[in-house]
Design a protein around this ligand. Structure first.
Ligand code: ZN
Ligand code: ZN
Length: 241
């Protein structure tokens, strides 16, 4: 019996892209141990969805994920769907047949055409799963979605406020009326009950809240909406809507 220790290696995920984007025949080089013993198998459960398994016969690194499956993929007839699970032992016992199957699919006209289109697609508008031209997502982010299979990608727009590691403080200023709305907000921000919140309003100036820039914007916007006098320390370089 072989030792069945499972090697935890995140790099194994990368070989899935090789199966999708390059025509390199399997088995391919293992990113974890370097031996040419890596395999990929996909299984469609629905038209564009299913499971993907990637594993190395040598070092036993493996990954399993549910994912979009490219249009050119066909389930292997010799794979028993009921035996597919998180473990890759069953698949590894059929790795030779699986490699042959995958290599045949990679050489299919459909797969070759897809690779050619993706290579020429400098703008990343072609869906890697089904080849349909994708459409832009909403304005707040850079992203595209496929109107056919719903595969897509999103990159959050870089916003300096989210990388600012300064701890800012909101200081409640004197002169605020202890109205119920002010009490509610102060109680929420300072994490105290209404009676303590009322005392804080009377004792101002007091520090109410400390946090990173994004939290400060949200908190200060609430205070501004209720005309609660406050200041932010140190100097706050962002707009409060
Ligand atoms: Zn390996
Ligand atoms: Zn698509």
């Amino acid at each position: 019996m072989n030792e069945q220790h499972v090697n935890e290696c995140d790099e194994i995920d990368r070989i899935v892209d090789q199966a999708l984007f390059s025509g390199t025949p399997f088995p391919i080089v293992c990113p974890c141990c370097g031996s040419t013993s890596c395999h990929v198998y996909m299984h469609k459960h629905k038209e564009y969805h299913g499971g993907i398994w990637a594993w190395c016969s040598e070092c036993k690194s493996s990954a399993h994920m549910s994912a979009w499956i490219p249009i050119w993929w066909k389930n292997a007839p010799f794979i028993d769907e009921k035996r597919l699970c998180g473990s890759t032992d069953y698949l590894d016992s059929k790795s030779g047949e699986i490699d042959e199957w995958v290599n045949k699919l990679l050489k299919s006209e459909e797969a070759i055409l897809m690779r050619k289109r993706l290579e020429e697609d400098k703008e990343n508008v072609i869906c890697v799963i089904c080849g349909t031209e994708m459409i832009p997502l909403e304005k707040s982010s850079w992203g595209m979605i496929c109107p056919n299979c719903n595969w897509g990608w999103v990159t959050t727009r870089f916003d300096p406020i989210d990388t600012d590691m300064t701890d800012y403080r909101i200081i409640l200023q004197p002169g605020n009326a202890a109205r119920i709305e002010s009490i509610r907000i102060v109680s929420h921000l300072a994490n105290v009950n209404y009676i303590q919140a009322k005392k804080l309003i009377e004792a101002a100036p007091v520090k109410l809240f400390e946090g990173k820039a994004r939290d400060i914007v949200i908190a200060a916007a609430e205070m501004k909406a209720q005309n609660i006098n406050h200041m932010i320390q140190p100097d706050f370089p962002y707009d409060i809507d």
